[in-house]
Design a protein around this ligand. Sequence first.
Ligand code: APR
Ligand code: PHB
Length: 389
Amino acid sequence: MRTQVVIIGGGPSGLLLSQLLHTRGIESVVLEKRSKAYVLGRIRAGVLERGFVDLLTQAGVDQRLRSEGLRHDGTLLSYDDDSFRIDFKRHTGHSVTVYGQTEVTRDLYAAREASDGKLIFEVDNVKIHDADRNSPFVTFDQNGTESRIDCDFVAGCDGFHGISRNTIPADVRREYEKIYPFGWLGILSETPPVDHELIYSSSKRGFALCSMRNPMLSRYYIQCPLTDNAANWTDDAFWAELKRRIPTQRAETLVTGPSIEKSIAPLRSFVTEPMRWGRLFLCGDAAHIVPPTGAKGLNTAASDVHYLFEGLCQWFDAGDTEGIDRYSERALSRVWKAERFSWWFTSLMHRFPDQGDFDLRMQHAEIELLRDSETAQKALAENYVGLPY
Ligand code: APR
Ligand code: PHB
């Protein structure tokens, strides 16, 4: 088999790249380790930056997003019950769109299948060969049979636990990591959201986030120790703790109900450099991870895809290597800004086990600066709605 671009990973990054390439007549094959049902069963965040919405529009995959997505012009911040709103629209002229990653992935699968996209599921033992030469190829097993795909380029969109990143030799790679001393216990409930916008709340008991998927599907998180286990939490215990951490007046109106999903995610910051090695390009979680506080994971995967798509089009259309040669530098410049914002927002809104009184005073001073300063609020808003590509 031969194609122009082999894409390893059928998550949002891989599917978006495949769909964008298709709009320019560039062939790709997507190799996905899991089944389509498994991929669509993942519960992930759902706040889309303006740039991502534009990219989905460019890919022709924005119809349902525009009819079902919820436009949010701001968010509420609360620190020890002192609450104030950050008005994205007033500070930046832009909003964010709340639309679950699962729905984005579902829409991308539908688009790829509607145009007979080549998606191969439940593959195993994927290996990238000769990425540092002009004729790379990928081998993989499916149903006990080994296959080979020759190609011009390989896109490693296989997430943090994929094989692409480690295909780049260890002496070429530089890795940066920060592990946070807590996780997020999240639940999904078929209840109306507590507010029309998100609420990020820091309390003496820890962080909490009130989010949503649609008017009858809410997503809530509370900071928890890394040693915690979702099985330790009854729904009643979760709701009681959430109410202790969010603004009092919201706690009084919170509609609770049975959880339809409950899980704990650890928080980490991670970046690998470079994001290119020869004909192999890394996109999304394969190259970087952010703590979910700033909702930057999916959105930074999208900007990677944008830069790689533009570079591949330049090469296939005119043999121009400028875009692919600058891919890693351009993608990483935006990745590091997303890492910084996610780290800053996480450090501001969470209570750390080793925090001293001075540290708490620094958090409080930062919150007061945000509450009182238009400039500080504008800086937060610009990062949250998405820095330009
Ligand atoms: N071979 C083929 N597919 C693989 C392999 C492999 N060796 N390893 C992993 N995969 C698949 C996974 O099953 C998954 O479907 O690659 C896909 C990677 O998808 P994601 O992990 O969702 O990463 P990405 O597409 O970059 O999307 C980033 O997803 O994890 C969230 O917070 C993250 O919102 C961000 C978004
Ligand atoms: C979510 O809805 O899952 C969500 C929203 C905002 C975040 C993180 C997660 O910062």
